[in-house]
Every structure is written in C-alpha cells, then in structure tokens.
Write a protein that binds this ligand. Sequence first.
Ligand SMILES: [Zn+2]
Length: 183
Amino acid sequence: MRPAVFLDRDGVINRDTGYVGFIEECEILPGVVEACRRLAEAGFALVIVTNQSGIARQLYSETDFQTLTAWMKQQFLDGGVSLTDVYHCPHHPDFDGLDTRCDCRKPKPGMLLRGAREHHIDLSSSYLVGDRISDMQAGQAAGVKATLMVGELRHAHQEVDWKGEDLPAAVEWILKDSQKMAN
Ligand SMILES: [Zn+2]
C-alpha cells in the first residue's frame, strides 16, 4: 500500500477554459509537471480523477478524450514523471438520456475508490487537489487525509484542509505534511 495524490484535471493540471476536449485547447499550467515529479520521487502515486461531462454533452467523444489523455501522459513523461492512472466520468444526468446517477461523477467518490483498489493505494495517507467544492466532497467521501483547494473558487469555501493559488503551492504543503507524518 502506498499513498497517492489524486488530482483534478481542468483548473489544476491545465487551464480550465471550459470543456477542454482537444490537444490544441489544453494548456498545462506552469510548474505542474515539475511539481508532480517531486511527488512521484517522494513515493506518491499520481492519479487524475476528472469529470468529463463534455462527452455526455457530445462536445467531444470518448476517443477525443483518450487522444488528449495520451498526449498529456507524454507531456509528463517528457518531464520525467509517469502518471499512475487517469480516471474520467463521461456522464451527466441531464444528458445521458436516463434519469440514472452514476457513482463516478464527483462529488461521488467512485473514481478515487476504484483508483485505490486498482493501484493498492492507502486512502488514509493520500491527498486530493481540486478547484471545486465537488472535488473536496469526493475526497472527503473517499476518506483521504487532506483535501486541498486551488484556484479562484477557493475564496468561497471553508471546509478544506488547505487553500492556495495553484498545484505547485499545494505540492509544497503536501511534501511538508507527509514528512511530518513520517517523523
Ligand atoms: Zn460517471
């Protein structure tokens, strides 16, 4: 069992311009790859958990998503870090044509629980970084050690363990916090 850092994608890894479905729309934010490399070197699995209702809305396809994901993984590899896995929820209850609720769309914890199961991750020593309250709720429902909120919406919310500007700042806090635990 090892710890992970679960990462929301849009607004944390790349700039959130709304329904990012194609490589040419995807701008990886400054310092993100390097910050993730430091987490990997510290022994963390890196698991992206991303709501992609753009698929249910037919703004882009599952294949488009996979193409973008393959490109993103390569950007990380070029920076010396391997993403452990990428989980996405393609659903949206208003667009699926069925009044059913999946168990993967955040704030539900389904993607985190599946990641933990498939990669032998200890949730109680893991972290989640996101930019929306639904990310924080998913992390709390999964029982991670701490939820960290970045981006503009952080100013509106209280119930998080840490708030800051961006992923590189969050990673500084995670590395300190996890070291505290080891000592
Ligand atoms: Zn889903």
